[in-house]
Design a protein around this ligand. Sequence first.
Ligand code: ZN
Length: 441
Amino acid sequence: MLKPLLLEEEKVFKDPVHRYVHVRDQYIWDLINSAEFQRLRRIKQLGTSFFTFHGGEHSRFNHSLGVYELMRRILDTFEGRIHLTYEEKLLCLCAALLHDVGHGPFSHSFEKVFRYHHEDWTRAILLGDTQINRILRRIDEDFPKKLAEVIAKTYDNKLIVSLISSQLDADRMDYLLRDAYYTGVNYGNFEIERILRVMRPQEDGIVFKFSGMHAVEDYIMSRYQMYWQVYFHPVTRSGEVVLRKIFQRAKVLFEQGYAFHQEPLMLLPFLQDKVELADYLALDESVILFYMQMWRKEKDPILKDLCARFLDRNLYKYVEFNSRDFHLLPELKELFEKAGIDPAYYLEVDTTSDLPYDFYRAGDEEERIPIMLQMPSGDLVELSTKSEIVQAISGKRRFDYKLYFPMDKVMALPGDLSQKIRERLGVMENVGASRQDYSPD
Ligand code: ZN
């Protein structure tokens, strides 16, 4: 039987979203102080969103502490309602704290180009030769493995899994509130205190008291709003497109044996596709930004241009695209080639989609777990059968296509060609992401 190992005195972190983050366990305190966890300070939670919302520069460290704190409060509300052992509680807290530990710099763009998944790195960090692994093994030799299963959603205690990954879990609740706070938008807010008060643990997951339905509705709507107003913002996506193109170009140059003026030593393992855990852990956003600074002085005109665009926020503009418009691409590519603007780097369709709430049809496993309401009679009913608001947005996946390109390059072309490309792009007066347009609207 595992005995609690408590700190002599509780430690607190000041947090703008939850006011305070309370740490009582020695293990949690040690995990926070590990090198792998401290690395999260150098990785932004929202990637390129700061181009649109300049306040959105908070780190994954910041979010991870927040998820831990929410989990701690959820476990407090479960006291007297369900019995969890100290080890089970510690599993919940560690999963909350470490669920994002495998994220790398600018995850979305980097992962796409170098084809890896942060989930695999999370597992490698928990189970590999790391400070985190040594701390977790002090709890129990099997603890790292159990924790990796909780985070991978394969652990057999479904209640524990659902607290960290479900439609309404500690992770999502924290990032919605936190991202809304730091970006300064109003629509991400919902009443967290109320949700915590109406949460009820069951053997295989959590349910919500019917009296709290409006707070849950509010959460679903704020999620919907945050996705479309913040996470999928077209300017943020433009930043991601440019970033992907930088990695793509560096990779192509490397494969062609290009002699970099500044050899990208810390990126070599990624370019060679031979990445060890230590290489991965050494990478953070300061490293990526350093190479961008160096590469803007490279001889290669494309790499140099792309890095300058990212650093100076001279992003691509976009036009609305449609799933029916894809047949237009070959001709556009040809025109770009003719104009000497390489379409592999300067013309990109970006697609995004979200399912605000669905209880039976979605792709992700966690999306399939419905949110259940507990009626005064004790019966359980699925949320959208009671809530008209949720029903209205249930099961409706919304797709959004945008075509990105550097307007300045198109404008600098000789009259005829420029005119022709603009016509094909359907470019009107109002093209998005103009340099003066810092407004998120
Ligand atoms: Zn997270």
